[in-house]
Ligand binder design. Structure first.
Ligand code: ATP
Ligand code: MG
Length: 377
């Protein structure tokens, strides 16, 4: 946080027990805008289209008492479901080159892992080949994809620090055979420190992935990062060519983005000039609250081109699925969370069909785009 912003916030600090959110919502306090994000030229939020699907009553969280909220009424779910539950296995376009996404946001709990695993399975259900690299010592992506990552299993730690090849340590996900997972084991917790003394410490994943992609046809690589901007995340940013930034629809949503944007610029300048922030996904959107719509408008104003039309709603089914070692796509395929993650995968795949994004060096990539049949949205 820079000094000016800190000073602005200090001046705006509520002095009694009324929350900041309430004061901002009622116009007493100004909204504090992230300085880096504010420097990005705004565009008309009105031109943005938000796709939300109706929830069945049993999927909703406890009602929010926000009846007096015109914005929430305006953002009420559209009556048309963009991805009917029956369309579960529609082929998606194959990219010209492997698209390597890093799913990053150093803010914790914003939906990085949930997004990585559900998109992976949604893309696989679209008949694409996906590799998920779990770079978070918490190993949540490995758990959700039904992969064993207990002590003794090999995975991203061994690739980063023992020069294992990715091919030796990947396992097939129990969720879909077209999803391969490089699991995170508990050893990864020490990797941040152990990497410091390694040669080319920021490029170790890049080197391993480049070698893997020479010999294996993969359409999408999704790298799940820990909530920090340490060497694990830097390794992911150096190995990737696209950034997928999940932003939770809550107050302070844009706050950590300043630091992430700075880190991306540093990585672009020194280590990976091809890195582009191509995709922003709004997560945990609650159409009943004014706050969710305000955050969505603000994000769209700053990331107009990058923000997907599809918004992931707050849904009980999405949060329940990991405790069964599943993604929501297999746990409850017809739930609103499944439908919206399929819609997001479809949007990403169609946006990147014939993508101009520079491929990761050394990859051969799939040969030609797959022909598409049927209705995709
Ligand atoms: P961390 O920074 O710790 O790695 P994260 O950014 O990966 O967190 P997740 O683990 O994906 O975030 O999600 C945080 C919590 O929110 C989890 O309990 C998850 O099940 C829940 N969650 C994620 N998305 C949704 C959603 N759309 N609706 C309801 N719960 C959600
Ligand atoms: Mg996570």
């Amino acid at each position: 946080m820079d000094e000016q912003t800190g000073a602005t916030r200090a001046a705006a600090e509520p002095s009694d027990d009324v929350s900041r959110e309430t004061l901002v919502a009622t116009g007493v306090l100004p909204r504090v805008v992230d300085p880096v994000v504010a420097s990005i030229p705004p565009v008309s939020a009105a031109s943005a289209r938000t796709v939300v699907a109706p929830m069945s009553p049993d999927e909703e969280l406890a009602p929010v008492h926000d009846e007096d909220n015109p914005a929430a009424r305006r953002a009420a779910p559209t009556p048309v479901d963009p991805v009917p539950a029956k369309q579960q296995s529609v082929a998606l376009p194959r990219p010209l080159h492997t698209r390597v996404f890093v799913v990053a946001n150093q803010k914790g709990g914003v939906g990085k892992t949930t997004t990585a695993v559900n998109l992976a399975v949604a893309l696989a259900q679209g008949n694409l080949r996906v590799l998920v690299i779990d770079l978070d010592p918490q190993g949540n992506a490995s758990t959700a994809l039904g992969v064993d990552h207990r002590m003794g299993a090999r995975g991203s730690y061994e690739v980063l620090l023992q020069s294992d090849s990715i091919a030796d340590d990947v396992v097939v996900s129990g969720e879909d055979e077209r999803v391969l997972v490089l699991p995170a084991t508990l050893d990864l917790a020490g990797a941040e420190i152990e990497l410091v003394s390694q040669v080319a410490r920021e490029k170790r994943l890049h080197k391993a992935l480049k070698a893997y992609l020479k010999g294996h046809e993969v359409d999408y690589v999704l790298i799940d990062c820990p909530p920090a901007l340490g060497l694990l995340t830097i390794n992911a940013l150096v190995a990737a060519n696209e950034i997928l930034l999940p932003i939770q629809c809550e107050y302070y949503a844009l706050e950590g983005v300043t630091q992430l944007v700075r880190t991306i610029d540093l990585v672009k300048g020194d280590l990976n000039e091809n890195l582009i922030l191509t995709t922003v996904l709004l997560t945990m959107f609650d159409s009943r609250t004014k706050l969710s719509s305000q955050v969505a408008d603000e994000v769209r104003a700053h990331f107009a081109a990058q923000t997907l039309s599809t918004v992931i709603p707050r849904s009980v089914r999405i949060s329940e699925a990991p405790s069964y070692g599943q993604t929501v796509l297999t746990y409850d395929p017809s739930s609103v969370g499944s439908r919206m993650y399929r819609a997001a995968a479809s949007e990403i795949a169609w946006r990147g069909a014939g993508s101009a994004v520079t491929p990761v060096q050394g990859q051969t990539g799939p040969t030609k785009p797959q022909s598409i049949e049927g209705n995709h949205d």
